[in-house]
Design a protein around this ligand. Structure first.
Ligand SMILES: C[S@@+](CC[C@H](N)C(=O)[O-])C[C@H]1O[C@@H](n2cnc3c(N)ncnc32)[C@H](O)[C@@H]1O
Length: 94
């Protein structure tokens, strides 16, 4: 069993998007990733969180997988990922 990440609890998950709004550096990150791999490539994000980067990547055609130790952060990702395009696992990436 994976313990809920103590820092990224429900309270943090509820304000995380205000600290790092979805548009914060998403475009720059996606432009950078585009230099490494083309849409269709498989991508693994360790500590995928609320899907701030992962969901827009999936919308651009990448096959995105994520792992995170926080159920609360994953719950936010699932809320955002209405089409279920990101495959996410609860777990400790170490
Ligand atoms: C600063 S947030 C970043 C989230 C996302 N990558 C982003 O850019 O918005 C860090 C995330 O990493 C997760 N995390 C930290 N250590 C982890 C570990 N050892 N295994 C799995 N997830 C971890 C936390 O639960 C949290 O969701």
């Amino acid at each position: 069993m994976i313990a809920q990440n103590a820092h990224y609890n429900e309270k943090m998950a509820s304000v995380y998007e205000q600290m790092y709004p979805i548009g914060f550096d998403t475009d720059a990150a996606l432009e950078f990733f585009a230099t490494l791999a083309e849409p269709g490539a498989r991508v693994l994000e360790l500590g995928v969180g609320t899907g701030r980067i992962a969901v827009p990547m999936a919308e651009r055609g990448y096959r995105v997988f994520g792992v995170d130790a926080s159920e609360s952060m994953i719950a936010k990702l699932v809320e955002r990922d209405s089409k279920g395009e990101v495959t996410v696992e609860l777990g400790d990436f170490t």
